[in-house]
Design a protein around this ligand. Structure first.
Ligand SMILES: [Zn+2]
Length: 331
């Protein structure tokens, strides 16, 4: 039996309409919801975000908040208001890529203040049961040849710590420095939550790569953050062209590591971008994840992202499979 079953939910703006959606989410065997709040939502719709969270709570759902794609260093599609207004706080790569990739730098005072202020504001709202740090990462480049961030602030900090200038190609010190930067950022964010309201939980979800070189921080190091309650990952097999063995392996490793560090575990089912004819894989992945001994299972996202750029080919079919597989996991 899996104790917690949920979906992420986004694009909401009116409490009465959201209530209908939450009832549908409950009908799909969920007892939790993750509100994915973008910078647009935060800047424009703050009062209703809080009201909508309260509606979910009143219906008995556990309510988590995901500061979705903030600064583009957390996972997700939404644009960043911060980056638009603060080009000087962008990550700088050692060489320009043929296409523009942007993200705020974890080490700049501007981004740190902005993000921690947002965290403080939401942490002061009693309605939220927990915070979710979604795939924190540096701009992803494919090699050691081109890397970031080498902005003036990072160069300054690196030199202070290692006694030489940031190298042209990434080396072990660079990976260590980047890992320390992400860990420090996550720790500060988590501490901010706990200091304001110790009852709120903190979850971090990393991409299903294990090392610091692959995504900035290793699973092991992130899992050992003191303030962290739940560690999870999202083995979205279809978008990385992997199979169910990948889902099984990643699930086992998540549960093993969380037990080692005394944390709760969370695994995500891919409900978006499921190609036509592959819908049954969602059930299969759900069953594999359910058997792993995990504490919490979520799916991205409500209604299989119907109508968004990441919708599944047959969103209604995927959404009904999620309902069915959740019914199995609930038992
Ligand atoms: Zn930087």
């Amino acid at each position: 039996m899996v104790k917690e079953l949920g979906v992420s939910y986004y694009g909401f703006h009116y409490p009465d309409r959201a209530e209908e959606d939450f009832l549908e989410i409950i009908d799909h065997n969920c007892n939790a919801v993750l509100l994915a709040v973008s910078e647009y939502d935060y800047n424009i719709w703050y009062p209703n975000v809080v009201k909508i969270a309260q509606i979910a709570k009143n219906l008995g759902l556990t309510v988590y908040i995901n500061l979705w794609a903030f600064g583009k260093v957390f996972g997700g599609e939404p644009p960043s208001v911060f980056l638009q207004n603060n080009v000087n706080n962008r990550q700088v790569l050692t060489k320009e890529l043929p296409f523009l990739m942007v993200g705020a730098c974890f080490n700049t005072e501007g981004f740190r203040k902005y993000f921690f202020d947002v965290v403080s504001k939401f942490a002061s709202e009693e309605v939220f049961d927990g915070f979710f740090w979604d795939e924190p990462h540096y701009i992803i480049t494919d090699s050691r040849e081109i890397y970031g961030c080498v902005c003036p602030r990072c160069r300054e900090l690196f030199k202070e710590q290692y006694g030489y200038d940031m190298p042209e190609k990434a080396n072990a010190n660079v990976f260590e420095f980047k890992e320390k930067s992400i860990l420090g950022f996550l720790q500060e964010s988590s501490k901010t939550v706990k200091e304001i309201d110790g009852k709120k939980s903190v979850t971090v979800c990393l991409m299903p790569f294990f090392t610091a070189e692959e995504q900035g921080a290793s699973w092991e190091k992130v899992c050992s953050i003191k303030e962290l309650d739940v560690f999870g990952t999202d083995p979205y097999w279809s978008i990385v062209q992997k199979d169910m063995d990948f889902v099984a392996k990643v699930s086992e490793e998540t549960v093993r590591l969380t037990r080692k560090y005394g944390k709760k575990s969370q695994l995500w089912i891919q409900g978006f971008l499921i190609p036509a004819g592959k819908e049954e894989e969602v059930r299969e992945a759900g069953r594999i994840i359910g058997k792993s001994g995990v504490d919490s299972v979520f799916t991205w996202a409500y209604r299989a992202c119907e109508g968004s750029i990441v919708e599944s080919a047959n969103p209604k079919k995927v959404w009904s499979i999620i309902k069915e597989v959740y019914a199995e996991l609930k038992k």
